[in-house]
Design a protein around this ligand. Structure first.
Ligand SMILES: *Cc1c(COP(=O)(O)O)cnc(C)c1O
Length: 410
């Protein structure tokens, strides 16, 4: 039966202890054994997130006139993002609650832009197969057709995307990087296609938008993927991932106000007065905005470079380690995500063994493999991970050998 609201209140100390205890069986992300869902940039950043969130927790980003503080913080955060992503003169953006929100708003904007240019009938979007399912979620809400196109060497196949696009295509997209493999699609080629055909190109930099610029500053050769590519119309970039901000914070950017204008909701046809909102949310948690502002100012370019150096070092170490154990790393990951596979062992079983040792990581399915999304903190536990995956491999092999013997003797 569902829990009923208690008749009597309970004191906070008791509740707090109960809540902390309720997390006993959660993944041990503070120990670095989680490489999905959580981005751990260390206790200092965590403390800034928490305090800055609490400072503006009750304030509401819905009311910029009431809270000019939040308005200014959002504008600055958007400015930080645009400056990192080569936003040209006149480029604009907003904060949203997350990547799904940013992508949904970009699609809504692209659709309404297309309608303003005369689109009739069912709109469609054309995506590489590796694009995030957030596009499909938004498409279901807006009755947009999704065309997923097979990959070429695990990357967006630009020619195939061009072939799948037609007069009702409101958007084509590439990822920087995609979630399943952590690889950056050929955005420059997609940009040329978009320009040649007059298509709206969205770059999903949800997971890489606040990583790639710093990894590049640290010396990596990362091809242009943002507004530096002239054909890019919009970009999504999540602050609550590699921006190391508190959850509930992302950004969506547009090349110009003329494009963003199609995102804004501005209606007054009810007895409550005029309502103008840039994104889907009505009430907007002030804490998500203030925490993002604080973390970005706390780290600055130098701080981010240090954190992303640690992420890169962790990835390179783990990449080399799993290769040495006989895995094949998919493509050439450049950021903090990687996927690796092998045919001679059941990777799902290896995942299960790692779970027994307290690891919670992700998986890829095409091909079946293991998947990691690394935080700065993982540099400290990379050796433990490699030792544990070597152990897990041994266990899975022993198990498989045991099963074979049993099969023979039965
Ligand atoms: C995480 C992610 C999203 C979705 O973001 P949420 O914040 O989880 O809604 C979209 N695209 C990519 C590439 C992602 O990694």
């Amino acid at each position: 039966m569902a829990a009923a609201l208690p008749e009597h209140g309970t004191d906070w100390e008791t509740l707090k202890a109960r809540m902390i205890a309720s997390g006993d069986h959660d993944v041990k992300w503070r120990e670095g054994k989680t490489a999905v869902y959580v981005f751990n940039a260390g206790p200092e950043v965590l403390a800034v997130q928490k305090e800055a969130y609490a400072l503006f927790m009750s304030e509401n980003g819905l009311g910029p006139m009431a809270f000019p503080s939040l308005k200014k913080m959002e504008e600055e955060v958007v400015g930080f993002g645009l400056s990192l992503l080569h936003g040209p003169e006149g480029s604009v953006g907003n904060m949203t609650s997350g990547g799904t929100d940013s992508i949904s708003m970009a699609m809504k904007t692209a659709r309404d832009y297309a309608r303003s240019k005369g689109l009739v009938g069912t709109p469609n979007i054309v995506l590489p197969r590796s694009a995030h399912l957030a596009f499909d979620k938004a498409a279901k809400m807006m009755e947009i057709e999704v065309r997923r196109v097979p990959l070429k060497s695990f990357l967006a196949d630009v020619e195939a995307i061009g072939a799948a696009a037609d007069a009702n295509t409101i958007m084509i997209a590439g990822s920087a990087p995609c979630f399943p493999y952590g690889l950056i699609d050929p955005i420059e080629d997609l940009g040329r296609l978009a320009e040649a055909r007059g298509l709206w190109l969205h770059v999903d930099a949800c997971v890489g938008g606040y990583a790639a610029p710093f990894v590049r500053m640290n010396g990596a050769d990362i091809a242009p993927f943002d507004f530096a590519v002239p054909g890019v119309s919009s970009i999504s970039a999540d602050l609550h991932k590699y921006g190391f901000c508190a959850k509930g914070a992302s950004t969506v950017f547009f090349r110009s106000e003329a494009l963003r204008a199609h995102m804004i909701f501005d209606v007054s046809d009810w007895p409550g007065g005029r309502m103008v909102t840039p994104t889907l949310a009505g009430t907007r948690p002030g804490g998500a905005i203030s925490a993002a502002w604080a973390v970005m100012n706390f780290l600055g370019v130098e701080g981010y470079r240090v954190k992303h150096r640690q992420v890169t070092d962790a990835r390179e170490k783990i990449e080399a380690g799993v290769r040495a154990l006989g895995f094949t790393v998919i493509g050439q990951p450049q950021l903090g995500l990687l996927a690796f596979t092998r045919e001679d062992v059941d990777c799902m079983a290896v995942w299960g063994k790692l779970f027994e040792r307290g690891w919670f990581t992700s998986l890829t399915t095409e091909p079946k493999g293991l998947h990691l999304m690394l935080s700065p903190f993982h540099l400290e536990v990379a050796d433990t991970y490699l030792a544990d995956i070597e152990w897990a491999l041994g266990e899975v092999r022993k198990g498989a050998a045991g099963e074979k013997r049993e099969a023979r003797y039965s």
